[in-house]
Design a protein around this ligand. Structure first.
Ligand code: ADP
Ligand code: TYD
Length: 212
């Protein structure tokens, strides 16, 4: 059954270092300032359980096979949808999620060979068949994203230590997934943060005007 909700769900997708967190914060600030109630959240880690799972996944002390890894992200997603996303959507709030279901399809599916049909079906299950209304895809090359992550100077997570070959597979995965998908706003993530945010804000606002 499709969960009924009044709010609009926007997912930000792209590889690590593409600028999703920066964009989520700016969009949240702008929409709120312009009188549109908005919530910025993220996967993994948007719920309390998610924070624990995020820590476990990012700084892992033991081997986690790709299937188990997906199931942990799916557990996070289930909790995140029930605890954070649906309650906000039901209040008519614009929800901006830094990553959502497609990250699993790309990282665990394209990237690590977990069965994509299984991922899609578990994603639909944990999201009560609710899909994002809009996806902002931050397209960026591996090199630029890597330079940004290392320039940040923080300790690298398990995911940020992945090889260039793996990251390229993720980029190909996103490009393939979004080649013919509706409601995807493709943004050039190599532009300045201001330009990316302006374009995203304008396009989301135009969509809201047309669809509400
Ligand atoms: P993500 O959430 O996709 O991993 P972040 O938003 O954390 O990416 O950005 C990674 C780093 O790059 C941060 O240090 C951030 O300040 C910087 N950054 C984000 N967007 C841009 C941009 N458009 N141009 C240059 N640097 C950026
Ligand atoms: P995070 O710090 O949120 O990513 P970013 O650096 O892009 O802000 O770390 C989350 C990591 O988890 C990121 O490398 C992508 C990965 N991930 C998956 O592999 N599958 C998923 O389903 C999700 C939501 C994230």
């Amino acid at each position: 059954m499709k969960e009924q909700s009044r709010g609009v769900l926007v997912a930000l997708e792209g590889i690590d270092g593409s600028g999703k967190s920066t964009l989520a914060a700016t969009l949240h600030r702008r929409f709120t300032a312009n009188g549109i109630p908005a919530l910025a959240t993220r996967e993994p880690g948007g719920s309390l359980l998610g924070k624990a799972l995020r820590e476990l996944l990012q700084h892992r002390q033991c081997t986690i096979n790709p299937q188990a890894e997906f199931l942990l992200f799916a557990a996070d997603r289930s909790q995140h949808m029930q605890e954070v996303v649906f309650p906000a959507l039901n209040q008519g709030i614009l929800v901006i999620s830094d990553r959502l279901a497609d990250s699993s399809l790309v990282y665990q599916g394209y990237g690590k060979g977990v069965d994509q049909k299984m991922i899609q079906s578990i994603n639909s299950w944990v999201m009560s068949n609710r899909e994002p209304d809009l996806i902002c895809y931050l397209a960026i090359d591996q090199q630029t994203a890597h330079e940004r992550i290392t320039a940040r100077g923080k300790k690298l997570t398990t995911f940020e230590k992945e090889s260039a070959v793996f990251i390229q597979r993720l980029i190909d995965g996103f490009e393939n997934l979004y080649a013919n998908k509706k409601n995807v706003i493709r943004l050039d993530g190599t532009q300045s943060a201001d330009r990316v945010a302006n374009e995203a804000y304008e396009k989301i606002t135009a969509w809201l005007k047309q669809n509400q």
